[in-house]
Design a protein around this ligand. Structure first.
Ligand code: BMA
Length: 313
């Protein structure tokens, strides 16, 4: 079987679907978008846009079919606000969007680049026009965070990735009010040795809630003499105790192959921060940053990912 036939994700033939050339104002690169489907069926990407100072902000792009015809906002949608939030002095990056039915709002969890490295920040919005900023909710060094869409045992649950040098694992923390966080639990450890996900892992898009458990697409960073290799793997977690791992794949399921993934400002990086799910409840559209330069799309099946994971129970 060819690599493409047995793959869990298939790249769109129009990739990359968005680049800095599509932006209505000067930008160096556009990548690592959060994603959500709005109630009218529009796909909204909240893109990380890096300006020519090297600092990032977030900008919305909307499309009726989620593939082309993107309407990019004429100005930054969520700029860094270092006057009110000095933690955002180095810009803001890599948003993960979760719709929260209880609040009737979307939670945008993003990286705030402080003077001393990345922290996790939160903003709530109803419309991706006005944002209610909570500031930093996890101090540096921490990133790759997303909120679960509903409370677990009465508390909100956040997946995040603090660095406990020399390794970095995924953790779960809980909060009664989205501001005060505790009950920290180790969720998934980076492996050791020569593995593709040795030493440093992190959540990619927000987890996918399925009857079998929380399906998590995570990234592993393999450090090589030629730099980091960012690839994706799968794991499944208990619905009621979401830090409890039920299954973890041994092999990566998606990695840099195409030239737009191999070459760019940071080569050999595929970095999804969001997805949408089609009305069939199964087809997933994964939006990812390619080589820290452009935005690409790959399509998969939730059922097929769950079936693939069964071999690792
Ligand atoms: C990670 C994050 C991502 C980036 C990746 C590759 O640590 O900072 O934003 O895409 O590195 O540079």
């Amino acid at each position: 079987m060819s690599r493409q036939q047995d793959a869990l994700f298939h790249r769109h033939k129009l990739n990359p679907i968005l680049t800095a050339a599509d932006w209505p104002y000067p930008a160096n690169s556009v990548f690592n978008p959060g994603a959500t489907m709005m109630p009218d069926g529009t796909t909204l990407l909240l893109c990380r846009v890096e300006d020519k100072r090297g600092l990032s902000h977030l900008c919305a792009a909307r499309s009726a079919n989620g593939v082309d015809g993107w309407q990019v906002a004429p100005h930054p949608t969520l700029p860094a606000d270092p006057e009110r939030f000095p933690e955002e002095l180095g810009g803001i990056e890599d948003p993960r969007i979760t719709h929260i039915p209880e609040l009737g709002k979307y939670a945008v969890v993003y990286t705030a680049f402080t003077r001393d490295g990345p922290g996790v920040a939160l903003a709530l919005t109803e419309d991706f026009v006005r944002f209610e900023r909570y500031g930093v909710i996890m101090p540096p060094e921490d990133k790759d965070a997303a909120l679960l869409p509903h409370r677990i045992g009465g508390n909100w649950a956040l997946i995040h990735r603090p660095v406990s040098a020399p390794r970095a694992h995924m953790w779960m923390s809980y909060s009664p009010d989205l501001r005060h966080w505790g009950s920290h639990k180790l969720m998934l450890e980076a492996r050791r040795g020569g593995w593709w996900d040795a030493n440093k892992i992190g959540l990619s898009p927000p987890p996918i809630e399925t009857p079998q458990g929380w399906l998590v697409i995570y990234h592993g960073v393999r450090m090589t003499a030629g730099g980091g290799l960012y690839r994706l793997g799968l794991a499944l977690f208990d619905l009621n105790v979401p830090e409890r791992c039920l299954a973890r794949g041994d092999e990566w399921i998606f990695g840099p192959e195409e030239s737009y993934e191999r070459h760019g400002d940071v080569g050999n990086v595929v970095f999804p921060c969001g997805y949408t799910i089609a009305p069939d409840g199964d087809t997933i559209r994964l939006y990812y940053g390619a080589a820290d330069t452009s935005i690409a799309l790959a399509t998969g099946s939730i059922r097929a990912m769950l079936e693939w994971l069964e071999q690792f129970d």
